[in-house]
Design a protein around this ligand. Structure first.
Ligand code: ADP
Ligand code: MG
Length: 273
């Protein structure tokens, strides 16, 4: 199986990392792929939005798996895996994960703890999506170390300029020092409100500044209250508002991700030949 691990990262909060992890993940599952979602944010928004409003009551989370890895115990990822009714698996998080950021500082090979966990489980899936927390701390470094690629959701309503440079520097540092395979899949413009000129300006600016170096997904996720509603519903936009423009956009994004992956594989096999 060709398994791919994608981190959804941006140290800015509220740019739709979590919403995209859930809906791209379920989109890929709807397209017949085996998908694992990892909640790597102590706020546990992904876990909550997939229907577990009290993550602190879950018997086993990503924190437990990481602690097992650090203490050299058998990781047994299945202890934490939750099967969601829309066809994805989830390794949940809870507030307990906030302690991990500090504990990792004194751990040997602290950047690779999540990678060691994923080595036990990601091979069983076509896609593993990691929902990062809004910081560039040790947990996000762990995600970038474990990932094959990064998707960077950007909220098209605010100038991302400074933060973007910091994020790109972190990605490039991880690429250089720890994970030579790491690639940037692309920047995803989310919460786009095409009725405002401002949104158009930001989009144009991003294309000007980064379009040459980094792919910008041709799919844009529109801003819609329908998307905001699902965070409390435990289901995807495909079930909540199947005919709406956000569901349509996430279907398009799913196709684009699959298409990019096919192109990459073709390119690789051309290269091998
Ligand atoms: P992050 O994980 O980057 O912090 P979220 O996915 O949690 O971002 O999104 C931030 C907030 O915006 C949430 O309340 C979410 O429900 C809402 N939201 C996400 N996508 C959209 C969208 N396309 N349109 C409107 N609101 C959205
Ligand atoms: Mg989030």
């Amino acid at each position: 199986m060709n398994s791919k691990v994608i981190a959804l990262a941006n140290q800015k909060g509220g740019v739709s990392k979590t919403t995209t992890t859930a809906n791209l993940g379920i989109g890929l599952a709807n397209a017949g792929k085996k998908v694992l979602l990892i909640d790597l944010d102590p706020q546990a928004s992904l876990t909550i939005s997939l229907g577990y409003p009290k993550p602190e009551e879950l018997p086993c989370t990503i924190t437990d798996l990481m602690i097992r890895s650090i203490t050299n115990k058998p990781i047994c990822p299945e202890d934490a895996i939750i099967h969601h009714e829309e066809g994805v698996d989830l390794i949940p998080s809870s507030i307990e994960l906030s302690g991990m950021e500090a504990s990792l500082v004194n751990v040997m090979s602290r950047e690779t703890v999540l990678r060691q966990v994923l080595e036990e489980v990601a091979g069983r899936y076509d896609y593993t999506l990691i929902d990062c927390m809004p910081s560039l701390g040790m947990l996000t470094i762990n995600a970038l170390t474990a990932a094959d690629s990064v998707v960077i959701p950007v909220q098209a309503q605010y100038l991302p300029a400074k933060g973007m440079e910091q994020l790109l520097q972190t990605i490039s540092k991880v690429h250089r020092q720890i994970n030579h395979n790491l690639k940037i899949d692309g920047i995803l413009l989310a919460m786009v409100d095409n009725r405002t000129n401002y949104s158009k300006e930001i989009t144009a600016l991003l294309k000007d500044t980064y379009g040459g170096k980094i792919r910008i997904f041709s799919t844009e996720i529109p801003h819609s209250v329908r998307a905001a509603e699902i965070s409390a519903e435990g289901k995807s936009i495909f079930r909540h508002d199947s005919k709406g423009k956000v569901a349509e956009a996430y279907r398009e994004l799913t196709k684009e991700v699959l298409q990019n992956e096919r192109q990459r594989q073709k390119h690789q096999s051309d290269f091998v030949r």
